[in-house]
Each structure stands twice: as C-alpha cells, then as structure tokens.
Design a protein around this ligand. Sequence first.
Ligand code: CA
Ligand code: CA
Length: 451
Amino acid sequence: MFLWQYLLTLLLLITVQICKAQRCEEFTDLNLSHAFIGTNLNVRLLLYTRENVTCAALVSHTNFSSHPQFNLSRRTAFIIHGYRPTGSPPGWIQKFSDMLLDREDMNVIVVDWNYGAANVNYFKAVENTYKAADNLTAFIKIMQENGASLNSIHLIGVSLGAHIAGFIGANLNGSIGRITGLDAAGPLYTGNPPEKRLDPTDAQFVDVLHTDIDGLGFREPLGHIDFYANGGTDQPGCPKTIFSGSSYFKCDHQRSVMLFLDSVDRTCTSRGFPCSSYKDFLNGNCLNCEVFGAEGCPVFGYDVTKWRDVLLKLGQTKTYFNTNKVSPYCTTSYRVEVMIWNQDVRWGYITVKLHGNGKETVATINHRASQFQKFTETKLFAQFDKDLQSVKKMSLKFSTGNVLKPKYKLRVLRIRLTHLERKESLCRYDVILEENKEVTFRPIPCEDSNF
Ligand SMILES: [Ca+2]
Ligand SMILES: [Ca+2]
C-alpha cells in the first residue's frame, strides 16, 4: 500500500469515528412509511443532557460506558409518549426535553416506542404498553446496577405512556421516585384493577393531570394527587365540534403536555384546590387551603413535590384549577363577597373588570345564577386571565339575562375582592348596580367591619 493510500484510509477512519461520535439520533418518524404495522416493538432510548441538549445519543441496555455524559448520580427523567395513530413524532417532545434541561442538570431520556404506539389498531398499541414497560424496566435495572438510585428516577408518561410508567413502577415494586401521568389514557384502561393501570402504589409519589376525561383521558383519580384542569373534561380554546378535524379529537388530551411545560419553566403557577366536584370548585366552596399550612394549596406541575409529604399523609387528593386558552395558562383568582340590602332576593350574574398598569381583565361569574340576599354574604369565585399587580379601578355589572327590559337593581352594601395569593382585599361600599349597566370606580382598602 502506498503511503498516501494509507493516510487516506486513516483519515477516512478518523472521519467515520468522529461522525459516529457526533451522530444525532432522531425520534422515529413512521408517518410516511406504511411498512411498520407492528411486529417489532423496537423501543429506542434517546438521551439528552446539558452536554448534548440538541443532539440525542441512542443508549442501549448494554453500552452505558460509551456515553460519559450519562451521569447516573444525576436525576433521570423519562418522557414516555402515547398512541401515535399517524406515526409522526410528537411535536412537543424536543421542547419537553429542552425545558427540563434548562430547569435542571439531569439526564432526559426520550422513550421512542413509536413502532409499538403507531398502529391503526389501538388495541395493538395498548397490548404493546406492557411490552414497552418490560423493556424499560430492564433498562432501569441496569441503570441501578451501574449506580443509579430509583429515588432519582422520574417517569413522565403521556396518555398510554402514563400507564407504561405505572407498569414499570409496579415491576420495580413502587420504588421509583416519582411518576407524573399526563392525561393518562382512558379507553381500554377505565375500570381496570390497579395492576392494569397507573395507581398510587406504582411509585413513591404519583401526580396526575386530567384534561380529557370524556374522551381520550381517564376519569377517576390515579395518583396521590390528581389535578383536573378546567374540570378535566374540555379545555378552553379547543374546538367544540368535529368539523375542526383531528384537533377536535386530540386538543383536550394534548393540552396536558402544554400545561405541564408551563409549570417546568415556571411561566406562572396554578394552584389546585381540593374539592369533591368541579361545580363546588366553581361555586367558590373549595378555596380553603389550611390543610396545607403555610405553603397553601399545591401548585400544579413540576414543583408539586414540595407538597409530597403532606399529600402522602392525605392519601389521595383530588384538586381543580382553571386555565386560560393559551400560554401563560395560569389564571389569577379572587374571592368575591357581596352583601346587598334589597328587600327581595335577587338572582343574577356579576361581571368584574379590573383596570391597572394600562391593562384590563374581566371575569364573568356565570356558570350559574348567584343568589343575593339581604344582609347575607354571597361568596363567589372570580378568575382573571392575568394578574394586574396593582388594581387602579374596578368595574362591576349585574345582569339577570334579561336583555329586552332590564329592570332590576342590586343595592350593594359592600363588595369585597380578595386576591387568593396575596390576600390583599379591595372594597367598595354603597353602590347601586342597575341591570346591565357597568359602574366603574376606584376601590378602597377594606375596613375591618362586622357586617
Ligand atoms: Ca399500577
Ligand atoms: Ca373533552
């Protein structure tokens, strides 16, 4: 061999090695291929760390040493996707990994079980959840053998992925640190015994979000804490009719991921209020957070672990919160207390508009007609899309649904708004609200009084 040939070969080999080392793995896209109809499950594990935020490494069950960035003394989060009817990669997956790494120096493993999840036959995908769980259990056992602690493992499962997380957790006798279930799948899991679905015994701590309990999600509580966003049935901003195409089917379900992501980068916080029903929550009957002490009611999402000990003591806690249509999803809540002096009982709806910092925000309390009675405090719950920090003016409107001949008046002795986070109260005394006429005024700090 000539020297130049030798050198060329060497150069080629080095290049191949470098390319190999830098090869970025992608999530499987089966969208265009129809040859995949499920035989081989082929679970692929894509590792992201702060050393390779945008370039995933494919880790196998055996070659840990070839990934020096896979530091097992750090925490490891697994993101496990759900059913993929079209076989396309989940649009949110890269963002999810980026945001977790932004938040914390950890290992993020994107579980790509698309070969098992992308099947026209949902039954087949469900069957594959058990197999995917066994595969991942084996991987986690090897992590353990290499020094990882189960305490530091967080499984985040979306839809079918939430049950996969549950099965892995059960395989490991509930010793995994945390499982987060994002709108755990309902179809074919509803009514299952705990061993065939996610449940609180699957990990040391299980937190669950419900966003589509009447569709693709699971209705009953599955964790130590269950958050029902907007009641858990339908999400604001999602299409209400089938004419909106495929987004009609998945919008509510997928919102669970968006809400969780908002909590990862702390865009803003949503507290879950423990309550027996959404109706009771909307009626303002569940705003008491005393059981949680100084921390207040649990904040939904990534940081809910702060409430872990008290939640474990409580067993299973069902909570509610409302959101906006788009990110930032969190709303600002006020307790509204109204006392009137009309002789007769009045039924109607109150609209509150707050003005401040050059902005305004409106809450219409209209999920049901409220009853106002002489010298009796009516408690309402108002949620605004943003927090104005400093309220300069307030507008009030009373309506009864009477459009043609509005004739009623609400003679308000006192109205008091209390910001649920900051506990600041704003008051107005003696104001007459004529039906459908907005009254704007400058609120004053509330006096201590014994009305
Ligand atoms: Ca289980
Ligand atoms: Ca729904």
